[in-house]
Design a protein around this ligand. Structure first.
Ligand SMILES: *Cc1c(COP(=O)(O)O)cnc(C)c1O
Length: 405
């Protein structure tokens, strides 16, 4: 059951013909008998049966209907269908958080004795799953420099079940060549799992570039308004049905219908928000590039970014996040953060509000210092997720805070 049963409408549009912005607004919409404009919120954990025979048939799988919201729910189904259409995937499944999506996309396909290769530049919790959790279950893992194709080639000489990476990475915005790395993985028979959080579905389509599975933290741009956690896994039908389905049903990372409804409504404005936030991020990145207290300013759309050409090739734009390195390490970074009056200190990103964080002491605090240094997550590095405010106000705030350093 995918939560998209027919409502008996006579005029059925064809979403396959819709352009992306239309899919964002109308994809997956299934109206109830009340003909509501906005998507209905079905806050229910279970469903009732007219008789015992129908319950039996539902559990046997002889009839397709809603059984229990850990398996499927009409509101959750609408969110999944909208994501599926947007990404051009065969199947979409949602989870309670981005980490639940990352964990399920890997754990559902792995067994003891399998091997995973991942790029070293990972979000803190992804790093924990790859380098600490999977090995506890007898799964060998290796981290490589994701921007170095030779390292992938070498690591994939050993039999590998899956590879995992983020691009752009959190927080240093490293760009990995999705097509080239996917080709290497496929030659080695490995499944390519990509965390597409930083690009969002608006700016990068990893499935078109060769990925097999795409995961999102919907908490970030998809909600984008700081209200809800959520995650999504996009894949083939085969992966969703044979690998994911039982894992999700029986381990229970199901999203609340209420949160799925928030995310569904978030999708309607996703393109508008991401494009405007990116425009603002470009203004801020250019402004920061001219400041002399900064060692480097990172945004994929700056010509100075190490993988600028690759970003242009595989993304529709460099995204909403800017990172920069302050001279003077942690004390300078803390003085800067504490002097901000408009931009909030918060570890979230992709939000309508501009948010700033110091990765070395927050999101990447768990990482051994050698790993942080190797990744360029220095003590002076600041990550700024640019929001929807007038960029001139954000720029004024940053300028004042830079004076305090
Ligand atoms: C935030 C984030 C996650 C985790 O998502 P949650 O919704 O917080 O669980 C995973 N990967 C990346 C790159 C992220 O930024």
């Amino acid at each position: 059951m995918d939560g998209n049963e027919k409502t008996g409408k006579t005029k059925k549009p064809n979403p396959a013909k819709w352009r992306p912005q239309t899919r964002l607004v109308r994809g997956g919409l299934e109206r109830s008998g009340f003909h509501e404009t906005s998507e209905a919120l079905y806050m229910t954990s279970g469903y009732v049966y007219p008789n015992a025979e129908e319950a039996e048939a539902a559990f046997k799988g002889d009839i397709q209907r809603f059984v229990y919201s850990r398996y499927a729910n009409p509101t959750v189904g609408m969110f999944e269908e909208r994501m599926r259409l947007l990404e051009g995937a065969e199947a979409a499944r949602s989870t309670s958080s981005g980490m639940a999506a990352v964990f399920a996309s890997l754990m559902a396909q792995l067994r003891a004795g399998d091997r995973v290769v991942a790029a070293r530049a990972l979000f803190g919790s992804c790093h924990f799953i790859i380098s600490e959790l999977l090995p506890r279950y007898g799964i060998e893992t290796e981290l490589v420099d994701g921007t170095d194709l030779d390292q992938w080639r070498k690591a994939l000489k050993k039999k590998t079940k899956a590879i995992f990476f983020e691009t752009p990475s959190n927080p240093q915005l490293e760009i990995i060549d999705v097509r080239a790395v996917s080709n290497l993985a496929h030659e080695a028979g490995a499944c390519v799992v990509i965390d597409n959080v930083f690009a969002s579905p608006v700016l990068q389509q990893p499935l078109e570039l060769g990925a097999d599975v795409v995961v999102y933290s919907a908490t970030k741009h998809i909600d984008g308004q700081g209200r809800s956690l959520g995650g999504v896994i996009l894949s083939t039908n085969e992966f969703a049905q044979t690998t994911l389905k039982d894992f999700l049903r029986h381990t229970g990372p199901a999203i609340s219908p209420f949160n799925a409804w928030l995310l569904l409504k978030g999708l309607e404005t996703l393109d508008l928000r991401v494009m405007r936030q990116m425009e603002n991020a470009r203004v801020i990145a250019n402004f920061l590039s001219k400041q002399n207290k900064l060692r480097r300013v990172l945004h994929p759309d700056l010509a100075s970014h190490p993988q600028h050409a690759l970003a242009k090739k595989q993304m529709k734009g460099g995204g909403t996040v800017v990172a920069f390195d302050l001279d003077g390490g942690k004390p300078a970074a803390f003085r800067f953060l504490n002097a901000l009056r408009l931009v909030d200190i918060s570890n979230n990103l992709g939000d309508g509000k501009s948010l700033v964080t110091h990765p070395a002491t927050t999101t990447h605090q768990r990482l051994p210092i050698e790993d942080r240094e190797r990744l360029g997550i220095t003590e002076g590095l600041v990550r700024l997720s640019v929001g929807l405010e007038d960029p001139a106000d954000v720029q004024d705030d940053l300028a004042t805070a830079l004076k305090a350093v």
